[in-house]
Write a protein that binds this ligand. Structure first.
Ligand code: BGC
Length: 440
């Protein structure tokens, strides 16, 4: 569609062996080993809609299958992880990781308003227990972009009842599932909507509206608003309701289990000022401000970083000439992780958990070099005193990349689209070695 990740979704050399070897040699020769704190979480992440398959009660399943749609292809069977979740957990265990981030699917747990499914709650309980059995701390996201179809049919996040509806779901899910969780994330990247609103070109603005209208016609709603891709006019209301939903969801989870760490995850670029009168600080206020304020009352902030953004006095500056670009058209820039983490902590004062960081590329050697380079920067920030609880890579497996369908590859493992067989890529061994050493 000619748009990069940032426009749709986002904040929008050397071989792996050489980079890893250089890092090891440097630390061995000159300084103490670049270690991370004891108990540091090393994980990989997924999200329900992107891996489970056949999420037929969700809003996104519907918008993927109407005309017009913004989606390149429907999610279909995804990675068949509803059945193959034990295999996924084995992949994480076999890498020596000690954390797995995944999401529970609201549309499965509450497929009709007020109708909760004990069987699906049992399913997610089994996944959580399966993590524990493999030494993986379950970091559980309650809503990762998708929502029940009925929720979207009632106006999605524009509905004034949305915060209460979300809190009711959090209450039911947490009462059943919280006991064995390691950490809870209420909403995934709820600030994405402000970023999308900023960059969506006019033809796309119309397409979101038409897609929602088509979905509404298909399910008898005159006010269908999918939970992920906003209509521009709805963004301020949706943001207000999502912040209220985060707070109400957090309270519901805490009521079920007071000692469970709860936070929200935000999409955050490493925003850099270029020249005089840069708009960088204004952009930070716009994209993150209200959420950073809300996060001050959380136990941690989930940072999800994929790139840097450079801002001059007029707006965003394109990547430097000759820069290597990732599969979504953004510059490959490993130091962005530490930059985003430093800012997130400075702005909130709360501990940081890197809940996502990764690279879209068909060339795994790029990923294998990117991971240690980014982690070397993160380790420096930790050594300087920034409280970082862990690093969770996006993604454990190649999966359904939203509007881009299956065309983007973020996985540490590939997935055969016909057999669903998972195969480790060399980058999985690179992250595994770092995790096992707890050092870059
Ligand atoms: C999301 C993931 C997504 C990833 C790569 C984040 O925006 O949380 O669901 O697949 O980035 O684009």
């Amino acid at each position: 569609m000619g748009l990069d990740r940032r426009e749709f979704l986002g904040a929008a050399g050397a071989s792996a062996a050489a980079v890893a070897a250089a890092a090891v040699t440097d630390s061995a020769a000159a300084q103490p080993a670049a270690t991370f704190p004891t108990g540091f979480l090393w994980g990989a992440a997924t999200a329900a809609h992107q891996i489970e398959g056949n999420n037929v009660s969700s809003d996104l399943w519907l918008v993927e299958n109407v005309k017009p749609t913004m989606f390149r292809e429907p999610s279909g069977d995804a990675c068949n992880s509803l059945a193959l979740w034990p295999t996924d957990l084995d992949l994480a265990r076999d890498m020596g990781l000690n954390a797995y981030r995944f999401s529970i699917e609201w549309a499965r747990i509450e497929p009709e308003p007020g109708l909760f499914s004990p069987a699906m709650l049992d399913h997610y309980q089994a996944v959580i227990d399966g993590c524990r059995a493999r030494g993986l701390k379950p970091v559980v996201t309650f809503s990762h972009f998708s929502a029940p179809r009925w929720f979207a049919a009632r106006g999605g996040w524009t509905n004034p009842e949305a915060p209460d509806l979300f809190a009711r779901y959090c209450d039911r899910a947490a009462r059943r599932l919280a006991a064995n969780m390691g950490a809870a994330v209420t909403l995934n990247e709820p600030n994405m909507i402000t970023v999308v609103g900023e960059v969506l070109p006019p033809q796309m603005i119309g397409l979101v509206r038409d897609m929602n209208a088509a979905a509404g016609r298909a399910c008898g709603s005159t006010n269908f608003k999918n939970a992920m891709l906003p209509e521009v006019a709805d963004i301020p209301t949706a943001q207000t309701h999502m912040i209220a939903a985060h707070k109400a969801g957090r309270a519901a989870i805490k009521a079920a289990r007071g000692d469970l760490p709860v936070g929200v995850s935000l999409t955050m670029s490493d925003d850099q000022a270029v020249g005089e009168n840069s708009v960088r600080d204004a952009k930070r206020a716009q994209f993150y401000g209200p959420w950073l304020e809300a996060a001050k009352a959380d136990d941690f902030l989930g940072v999800q970083n994929y790139a840097r953004a450079q801002w001059n006095d007029k707006g965003q500056v394109p990547p430097p000439k000759g820069a290597k670009l990732n599969g979504m058209g953004a510059e490959i820039y490993p130091p962005s992780l530490a930059g985003a983490v430093r800012y997130a902590h400075a702005a909130t004062g709360v501990p940081i958990l890197v809940t996502e960081h990764g690279l879209s590329t068909g060339d795994d050697a790029q990923r294998a070099a990117f991971i240690p380079a980014a982690l070397a920067g993160l380790q420096k920030a930790v050594a300087e005193g920034v409280p970082v609880q862990g690093y969770i890579h996006w993604s454990l497996i190649d999966n359904f990349e939203w509007v881009f369908g299956y065309s983007q590859h973020f996985g540490l493992h590939s997935v055969d689209r016909a057999t669903f067989k998972r195969t480790a890529k060399p980058s999985a061994a690179v992250l595994a070695a770092i995790a096992r050493r707890n050092a870059v």
